[in-house]
Design a protein around this ligand. Structure first.
Ligand code: GLU
Ligand code: MG
Length: 435
């Protein structure tokens, strides 16, 4: 008997988890120098092709397991345990590679800490579509839909907990076959690791039930969108939340107002990272709660930033007050998402922020003049427009290293071209399968 294989996992620029496996008995010998991986692998799209990149056949980086980021899925339904560990990508001299998504988030967190003494506490909501042979979904939000998949949801709860994720809710969503898992927040890097673990666990538990889970933002032209809303609060070393101040607009503290201002100022460029697929823009439409506008509002589900209050007494409010970034979906890498949101928020803190106008209605119901006065603008309506905004915005244009930016743009342009060449519903099918 051996203790099986452990998979070294990292998330690439296309928002997919890549891996190499080693006998678990050898894992501890990997912690210093890791396993080699061709740099060009970072130029993979989610569809198997490799876009132009600056690396040749001999260029290699090291996938170094972070032993604190190990996770195991428990045995179930005739499948054995599955062991994995998340990696940082280093150069051969041990420095963080400047094209590593996890490294990008590490650097953003370091900058936030150095300049404010604070870190980010965050969690992702996971909306996904279940499909399977012979599966005819019960209507959205119904107890029947929960009962229909209760064994899956029970197993998922067990597997997530076993893997170190703390599920908060597991339930049927609005769409046919759409379900949602939300998780308790984690601090710093762990929040992105938890997102990766949760997505892969959902995918695997579904597979063990003969189902397919897809996180694509728009499964079909007329389907309900799948979001990956991000909840964020700024916390200190003791985990105390610094986001709430009852005297601020929407009860936001001064630092949270500046952070929110920075995100809104760069939101058009940010969506190139957080809603990074051609199909993401079928989801990002007004009147569908997936949000179409640059706007902020208390509990406003049509705003890019929804201020989500803690419910209860002052202690509960102080603990729970958070910002929810809604134009994000499951084709995005959580490392790039959190790193980019931090960098934009930090730019707002550095610049001193500015006025936040609270929007108390669906921005679509405002007149043009009202929107203009409130600084409410339509988010990019295509990936192409988002990529342009990403390059035009001084904050997003400079947040990646030059190589990472060029390769990221290369992958996304490849996707735009590939999508343009597809006919009818093909593009929805392609993303449903890949993500
Ligand atoms: N499914 C919606 C989206 O695409 C979100 C619905 C909700 O508020 O949970 O973002
Ligand atoms: Mg939802």
């Amino acid at each position: 008997m051996t203790d099986g294989v452990t998979y070294l996992v990292w998330h690439d620029l296309a928002g997919t988890s890549r891996t190499r496996g080693v006998p678990t008995a050898n894992l501890s010998s990997m912690t210093a120098t890791g396993l080699g991986w061709a740099c060009a692998g970072q130029a993979l799209t989610a569809f198997g092709s490799i876009v132009d990149n600056p690396w040749g056949p001999m260029d290699e980086v090291r996938q170094v397991p972070d032993m604190e980021a190990q996770f195991t899925l428990p045995p179930s339904r005739g499948h054995g345990a599955f062991r994995a560990v998340i990696c940082d990508t280093s150069t051969s001299d041990g420095a963080l590679w400047d094209c590593c998504g996890r490294g990008f988030l590490r650097k953003a967190l370091d900058a936030l800490k150095a300049e404010t003494g604070l870190t980010l506490m965050a969690s992702f909501e996971h909306e996904f579509l279940l499909t399977g042979e012979g599966y005819v979904p019960s209507p959205g939000f119904t107890l029947a839909a929960a009962m229909q998949k209760s064994e899956f949801l029970d197993d998922l709860n067990t597997a997530l907990s076993h893997a170190g994720v703390r599920p908060a809710t597991l339930e049927p969503e609005y769409g046919d076959g759409q379900y949602e898992v939300s998780c308790k927040p984690d601090i710093g890097l762990r929040a992105a690791d938890t997102c990766l673990i949760a997505r892969e666990t959902i995918r695997e538990v579904a597979r063990r039930h003969g189902l397919t889970a897809s996180f694509t933002p728009k499964p079909a032209a007329d389907a309900v969108g799948n979001g990956a809303h991000v909840h964020m609060s700024l916390v200190d070393e003791d985990g105390r939340n610094h986001t709430w101040d009852p005297s601020g607009p929407m009860e936001l503290s001064e630092v949270a107002q500046k952070f929110a201002h920075g995100i809104l100022a760069s939101v058009d460029g940010l969506v190139a990272i957080t809603a990074p697929s051609p199909v993401s823009y079928y989801r990002l439409a007004p009147h569908s709660w997936s949000c179409g506008y640059r706007a902020i509002g208390l509990q406003n589900r049509e705003a890019a930033l929804r201020v989500t209050p803690g419910i209860g007494d002052d202690a509960a409010k102080a603990k729970g007050h958070n910002l929810e970034f809604r134009p994000c979906d499951g084709t995005a890498s959580p490392y790039l998402v959190l790193g980019a949101l931090i960098m934009a928020g930090l730019a707002g803190i550095r610049s001193g922020g500015g006025k936040l106008t609270e929007i108390t209605c669906d921005p679509l119901d405002m007149t043009d003049a009202e929107r203009e006065a409130a600084g409410v603008t339509r988010l990019p309506t295509s990936l192409e427009a988002a990529l342009q905004a990403f390059q035009d915005d001084p904050v997003t244009a400079t947040m990646f290293s030059d190589d990472m930016r060029d390769v990221y743009l290369g992958i996304k342009r490849w996707e735009i071209e590939a999508a343009a060449a597809m006919e009818g519903d093909q593009v929805f099918h392609a993303y449903r399968t890949a993500y």
